[in-house]
Design a protein around this ligand. Structure first.
Ligand SMILES: Nc1ncnc2c1ncn2[C@@H]1O[C@H](COP(=O)(O)OP(=O)(O)OP(=O)(O)O)[C@@H](O)[C@H]1O
Ligand SMILES: [Mg+2]
Length: 399
């Protein structure tokens, strides 16, 4: 069998037709090779399973199994195969049936060498394109955008976003991109000790000539495998970046990364709202001190008014029971269950930030690292069910 040729099987109960078709194909200087012939549907199916042709030429009326039933079985079991029906029936009804059963072409007997050859070549090319498209579609992944947000500054958004991105990349082996959309004071690059070549400012400047392959050149790769788009190097560059840019960047990343994690500042500015709009889940971070709890409650109210409620998961960071407010009191006050508790661990968190190595890599055995690895697990196993609000008594705060 010649690998470069279009491999054809002929299935027809008429020996004359089989011989004629062979002769017609012999007239073709294009690379077509008859790799087998069969005289009935069942025999034809067995032959195709064995020789795996590119194209099958098949008659409709055959004694053991008719050509339409055989076509149905062939196209269902060998999706790359192109089936061409050869029949004396020229009625539309047959043609429709043939197409319904998965045939690509319909040749009415008698046909010329040209008709036969162009039907084979066309079918082969269409099948090839289909194969290629399927391959491309398979490479495209479903992207989940997850935002780490809080209405209170300094609660640990960046710490969580960076460690979560790394935990997802390492533990799930998925493609993860981390966007630093704290455009004025973003510190993801510092926390991950990245040498920054390009930032979101450079990407936005070149956005008109961008496609989803080129965007990769603007991302820094952290040694954990996470791709990072750092915030601008100077706070004043932030004003050049607006919500349309963020939407376009997210569209470019869509399909390439399994997870896009966004780190945000603690304000409701335009870019933040666009990020929240485009997120599948919003991880709202709080700590257990009263000013933070009050602030988060107000922020959650506003987010509910903006219809983000179903996306929200509340994360409690720097948990230390000695602070006097316990977790169930917190849940009652903010009206949401705690999705994940992250303990306070100054030593681990600050040392890792200063060294620029996320603690989910360097201090895997600490409780703080394990809690973020658990968060990554929960997100990955699709455990992010919408929460039902638990708004109840305002036990701690009296507004
Ligand atoms: N679980 C934790 N235990 C101890 N310290 C923590 C913990 N999480 C964060 N921190 C510390 O809290 C400080 C603020 O953290 P981080 O920068 O991640 O917060 P942020 O919400 O991103 O702040 P900003 O609003 O300024 O962007 C840092 O010094 C960090 O080391
Ligand atoms: Mg931050």
């Amino acid at each position: 069998m010649d690998e470069g040729k279009i491999k054809v099987v002929i299935i027809d109960d008429s020996v004359d037709t089989v011989e004629n078709v062979k002769t017609l194909l012999g007239l073709c200087d294009r690379q077509i090779e008859v790799v087998g012939t069969a005289f009935g549907g069942k025999e034809g199916i067995k032959l195709c399973q064995k020789v795996k042709p590119d194209i099958v030429l098949i008659d409709i009326n055959m004694p053991d199994m008719d050509g339409l039933t055989a076509t149905n079985i062939l196209t269902a079991s060998m999706p790359d195969l192109g089936v061409i029906i050869m029949s004396v029936q020229s009625e539309n009804e047959y043609l429709k049936k043939a197409m319904f059963f998965g045939a690509r072409e319909y040749l009415v007997k008698p046909f010329s060498a040209d008709e036969l050859i162009s039907a084979i070549i066309q079918t082969y090319e269409i099948q090839n394109k289909k194969k290629h498209t399927l391959k491309v579609i398979n490479q495209v992944v479903q992207t989940k955008v997850i935002t780490v947000f809080s209405t209170k500054g300094g609660v640990g958004k960046t710490t969580i976003a960076t460690n979560l991105a790394v935990a997802l990349a390492r533990n799930t082996k998925k493609r993860v991109c981390l966007l630093d959309l704290d455009l004025q004071f973003g510190d993801v690059a510092v926390m991950m000790n990245l040498s920054v070549k390009n930032t979101i400012y450079d990407l936005v400047r070149d956005l008109n000539n961008m496609d989803s392959d080129l965007v990769n050149d603007y991302l820094c790769t952290h040694f954990s495998g996470v791709s990072v788009l750092p915030a601008p190097l100077k706070p004043e560059y932030a004003e050049f970046i607006d919500s349309r840019h963020i939407e376009r960047i997210l569209a470019l990343l869509n399909g390439h990364f399994h997870y896009v994690i966004i780190d945000l500042p603690a304000t409701f500015q335009e870019v933040v709202l666009t990020s929240l709009d485009n997120s599948e889940k919003i991880l709202v971070v709080s700590t257990l001190d009263l000013p933070a709890i009050k602030n988060i409650r107000v922020g959650l109210n506003l987010m509910e008014n903006l219809r983000y409620k179903d996306k929200i998961q509340v994360i409690l960071n720097k948990v230390n029971e000695q602070y006097g407010v316990n977790c169930s009191e917190f849940e009652e006050t903010v009206g949401y269950p705690i999705f994940v508790n992250i303990p306070e661990d100054n030593n681990t968190v600050i040392t890792s930030a200063n060294k620029g190595i996320p603690f989910v890599m360097s201090r895997v055995d600490t409780r703080v690292a394990r809690s973020i690895i658990g968060l990554a697990d929960k997100i990955h196993t699709n455990n992010l069910e919408p929460v039902t609000e638990k708004r109840t008594l305002w036990k701690i705060l009296q507004f």
